[in-house]
Design a protein around this ligand. Structure first.
Ligand code: TYM
Length: 339
């Protein structure tokens, strides 16, 4: 038998994900994305980015966008993402993202991009600014992912369609030019992949919801968190159980499950005979203790401009190196003359 012990160590699977710096992330982002990112940080080769180029598909106040980008970057450094071994960076610091996205635009059909539900929703919401960037949003996302030969993309359920088009683009390109990109798999968590608004549990919890009681931000104080959960919309049955027609309670149970790891049966047993008031308080407390270490680290580093700058430069350098290899390969394949 051949001795395989001398074989080169296997490359770890690559994980990529990103978040837009639109405002302070909610617990939807935390449970739908960040928690899963942290869980993968040890065992995979991970890249996590602040997607500032995606953010300019809608109008922003420039100084505010810069501030939010810096704060989102500080927040990523406050999660347990193992920055000593993984790459954490700001998308616009790595020009290959914009360059590859242009090339991928030329391999994406108008019809398939037109089917993206996020494009349809955002065009309605920003009817005075339906720009080409908004339309090409998914090809920039595909570039983000494909540049790193990504195997897994941990995201919330709302990004599923963007992952499907990314896979289609990768397979099409590989079909024409031979193996160029790894074809990525979305990783969508069982609980937490769709945290709903506390005021209208039929709607996704969103950073941009104008009703402040609808969403819990990752930087809310314990008092604010308790208040928001106390006023969460529920139903009149007063029994903590997961069932159709109980969207508010189902959502609170999902949040509690993400915080504690308990499944729905265990939660039903834990709160058997107890009222909604007690349950809401328990959910609030579980959220507060989940967020506490992140908030503490964030408050320590967010005003340390030198540290943030140094981390951003380090992340950009590493991401530039890895992405440059894929970009060169792609440029060669499509017939662009290399320098
Ligand atoms: P963004 O900034 O809207 O959200 C970041 C992540 O949070 C998840 N998420 C949620 N999960 C559960 N419940 C919710 N209510 C909720 N709201 C948001 C999102 O699914 C996402 O995983 N286009 C992306 C950013 C992006 C990206 C990428 C993601 C740019 N390039 C490449 C993955 C790979 C976005 O706008 O996410």
């Amino acid at each position: 038998m051949e001795n395989n012990n001398t074989a080169a160590p296997q490359r770890k699977p690559v994980v990529f994900s990103a978040i837009q710096p639109t405002s302070v992330p909610t617990i939807g982002n935390y449970f739908g994305a960040f928690k899963n990112w942290s869980n993968m940080a040890e065992d995979y080769d991970c890249l996590f980015a602040v997607a500032d180029l995606h953010a300019i598909t809608v109008r922003n106040e420039p100084a505010m966008l810069r501030k939010q980008t810096k704060e989102m970057f500080a927040l990523l450094l406050s999660l347990d993402l193992k920055p000593e071994k993984n790459i954490i960076f700001i998308q616009s610091h790595v020009p290959a993202h914009a360059e590859l996205s242009w090339i991928l635009n030329c391999y994406t059909q108008f019809g398939e991009a037109s089917r993206m539900t996020q494009f349809k929703e955002k065009s309605q919401k920003h009817a005075d600014n339906i720009n080409i960037g908004l339309f090409a949003y998914p090809t920039l996302m595909a570039a983000d992912i494909l540049l790193y030969q990504t195997n897994f993309v941990p995201v919330g359920a709302d990004q599923k369609q963007h992952l499907e088009i990314t896979r289609d683009i990768a397979e099409r390109f590989n079909g024409i030019y031979g193996n160029t990109f790894a074809v990525p798999e979305p990783l969508i968590g069982k609980s937490g992949s769709r945290i709903m608004s506390l005021q209208d549990p039929a709607q996704k919890m969103s950073k941009s919801d104008p009703n402040p009681k609808a969403s819990v931000s990752m930087l809310d104080t314990p008092d604010m968190i308790v208040k928001k959960f106390k006023s969460a919309v529920t139903d009149s049955e007063a029994v903590v159980r997961y069932a159709d027609g109980k969207d508010g309670i189902n959502n609170l149970m999902s949040i509690y499950s993400c915080c504690t790891g308990s499944d729905f049966d265990a939660i039903e047993r834990e709160f058997d005979g107890k009222g909604y008031g007690e349950f809401k308080l328990a959910v609030a407390e579980a959220v507060i203790s989940n967020l506490k270490p992140v908030q503490e680290k964030y408050n320590k580093i967010v005003n340390d401009a030198a540290y943030l700058k140094e981390c951003a430069a380090k992340g950009a350098e590493a991401a530039n190196y890895v992405s440059g290899k894929t970009l060169n390969k792609v440029m060669k394949k499509v017939g662009l003359l290399l320098k």
